[in-house]
Design a protein around this ligand. Sequence first.
Ligand code: F3S
Length: 428
Amino acid sequence: MKLKPDEQAMLDGREGAAKRKAMELLVRYAEALGVEEFVDTTNVAGVPGQANVFLRNYYREHGASYDAIFSLFDLDSDEIVEVPRVAVHACHLQGGVDPEHWDVLGASAEAAAISRESEAGAVERGIRILKTCTPYAAGNVPQKNEHCAWMESSAVVYCNSVLGARTNTEGRESASAAMLTGKIPNFGFHLDEHRRGTHAIEVAVPVDSVMDWGMLGYFVGDAVQERIPVLTGRCGPPDLVRYKHFGAAAASSGGVEMYHIVGRTPEAPTAEAAFGGRRPVEKIVYGEAERRRVYEQLNSTATDHDVDYVMLGCPHAALEQIEEACRLLDGRKVHANTRLWIFTSRAVRQEADRRGLTEVIRSAGAHLLTDTCSAIGQALPPGTKVAALDSAKQAHYLPAIMGIQAWFGDTADCIAAALTGRWHGALR
Ligand code: F3S
């Protein structure tokens, strides 16, 4: 590899043992990719040193301290090194446990204590504890062309496409190593030539609602897999929530890490710019038949109309989504046989607390939870067999991960299911 002097100094151990181990890992990663150089990264999002009951037990003979888990697990080191403060802006993405309501999620007191301890270790090292899959909605908004090293597919696709910042989908190990060194292999979405569109998507039906943006994303991801779609046509103006649902869905049904919407996203002022002057490899139309097929696909696991569980907030709910849920609850109570959990970030939850929204949700017999979600935390209300979801991403993963049925619809369908215990959703 072509190492710059500061990179060589870290690899030689002149910046301490932890940076040496981090550089060793990054060099192995780059060499495996056939990448010859690093790029400086100024914004890293990962799960540095995060512990859980399994890791605590696994590393017990090594003391299972923050340093031990960061060294042995994150840095794949054979020795325990003292982990210093991070070198660049670094944030902690979603974790496994709500720190205040872990018991609602069915977590043990031990799991909550371990999560608190590893969080304290991250705080000591200068890592911002956002604990969300939506860091861009919780104060971490990288600038256009800023080189980042982010985990979490729904955040990565937002970072590249909506913000015009540059990141590959990193793993825990590379993100933690990047936090200590400010380096990441220079390949993929860091480079102009890998950010250009490959597939043309003509949206032939109106796409305005959040649910429709999610379904469009699910269709597009399935159609292009890991390539880069360029959308034109009848999609209405997207906002943060619509981009969030579109990208999360496209990253679930396929592996979309970047997309362009002509006239909307920053690297697509024109279709020609989005494609970088090249011709699309394929042109695909999203019409009424495709829309119906996506809806049926997302509802294909469900047959039973009695709903045990309604989950909202995937990706983590924005304030306006929580407000909408509160409006729809309209002072009523969640059905006795059904549970309603809404997931969000700590930052949004604080605002929801201040505005009285958390209290509205609590009075309805529901919960506003943070840090995690049902898929990541593998947490469902006891006895759940049938869920209702307003997220295509969650409808994709939850039945597979937890072996349940899932209905997919809009937020109003889901709140209606929470209030009546029955699914009456339909494609409108
Ligand atoms: Fe976030 Fe969980 Fe969905 S971490 S993107 S709410 S699967």
